[in-house]
Design a protein around this ligand. Structure first.
Ligand code: P6P
Length: 330
């Protein structure tokens, strides 16, 4: 039974404080990655303000242009890209940026050590109907010498080489969830104070989930084997949840257990989701919580990168559910 002391629990540690404490734990840390994480936190706060008022600021609807994938950009896609690009530029810690909204790699500060690959705003088609949307980011250390030109080897790094990864979920509350390879922590934004506070420490994904997330509108295009897996989920008492916003679906499955599937389809033979700025980041996070992420044949984090906009099928979530699915579809 709750007591008054529970009600008066102290406010948790802020994101900035947590980043500093985590950095202190690593004597070799120079503070550059810490600063980069703070820069991402700042951009998320700024974007959050615009997202929560998009209906009032005429920021809903289409921007009137297409992105590199030929998809209609929403106004907030463009705003999100601008906000993150500006924050990462001003922060000075990023030598190059890969963005879903940018055709080419954006060179920023040649003297910086880190590259960022990001989807500034995923699920943006949900903005107008007030459904949760998200930012996804991956951080890599450059391979080339500081001060030199960013190389293809710097850019086309496999997911296993990420030094950090995370997402921001703009939902009923706004959360920033990230890992630097030592566990996953979630921070909830307090808008009246303007800070992210540690709210989900050391997140673990249960190995046996009871939720499956897939767009069953594609039932007729799915393989027989995948349909058999979904049928088995139903018989095993699983429930179906599909928000149509990757970050929201993965976040829910992370906290409650479950599997999210975006399979190869006739219209997306390589899958719809992007490897470098969607699947890799989520795969690092989910693996850090004890979950799994595969393209149906291999570990997402081991997929060689030949094009920084390349797509991949995605099977991600509770380890035993993913294993069972891979066994049935292979
Ligand atoms: P479909 C949003 O466009 C997105 O990239 C993910 O956020 C989401 O999970 C998926 O595509 C939805 O795709 O084909 O089911 O509408």
């Amino acid at each position: 039974m709750a007591t008054t002391t529970d009600l008066g629990k102290p406010v948790g540690v802020t994101l900035d404080r947590y980043i500093t404490l985590a950095q202190d734990a690593f004597t070799i840390a120079t503070g550059e990655l810490s600063q980069l994480l703070r820069d991402i936190g700042l951009a998320a706060k700024i974007l959050n303000r615009e997202i929560t008022r998009s209906g009032l600021l005429d920021l809903e609807g289409a921007f009137g242009a297409q992105n590199v994938q030929g998809e209609a950009q929403q106004k907030l896609d463009v705003v999100a890209n601008i906000r993150f690009k500006r924050a990462l530029t001003n922060g000075g810690q990023v030598c190059a940026l890969i963005s879903e909204e940018e055709q080419e790699v954006i060179t920023i500060n040649p003297d910086a050590n880190y590259l960022v690959a990001m989807d500034p705003l995923d699920g943006s088609s949900n903005i107008d109907v007030n459904v949760s949307i998200g930012t996804i980011f991956s951080i890599y250390r450059r391979k080339s010498e500081k001060g030199s030109q960013v190389t293809e080897e710097d850019v086309l790094q496999p997911g296993r080489d990420q030094v950090a990864a995370g997402y921001v979920l703009y939902g009923s509350s706004t959360m920033l969830v990230y890992t630097t390879g030592r566990g996953v922590n979630g921070f909830t934004y307090g808008p009246t104070i303007g800070e992210f506070f540690l709210s989900h420490h050391n997140i673990k994904c249960t190995p046996d989930g009871k939720i499956y997330s897939i767009n069953d509108g594609y039932w007729n295009e799915m393989s027989e084997e995948l349909r058999a897996f979904i049928q088995k989920c139903r018989e095993d008492g699983c429930t179906a949840r599909y928000i149509g916003s990757l970050v929201a679906d993965v976040h829910r499955n992370l906290l409650k257990g479950g599997i999210y599937i975006y399979p190869p389809l006739p219209k997306y033979p390589d899958g719809k989701l992007r490897l470098m700025y969607e699947a890799n980041a989520l795969a690092m996070i989910v693996e850090q919580t004890g979950g799994k992420a595969s393209d149906g044949r291999q570990r997402i984090l081991d997929i060689p990168v030949r094009d920084f906009h390349q797509r991949t099928p995605l099977f991600i979530g509770s380890a035993n559910l993913v294993d069972e699915c891979l066994q049935m579809i292979s």
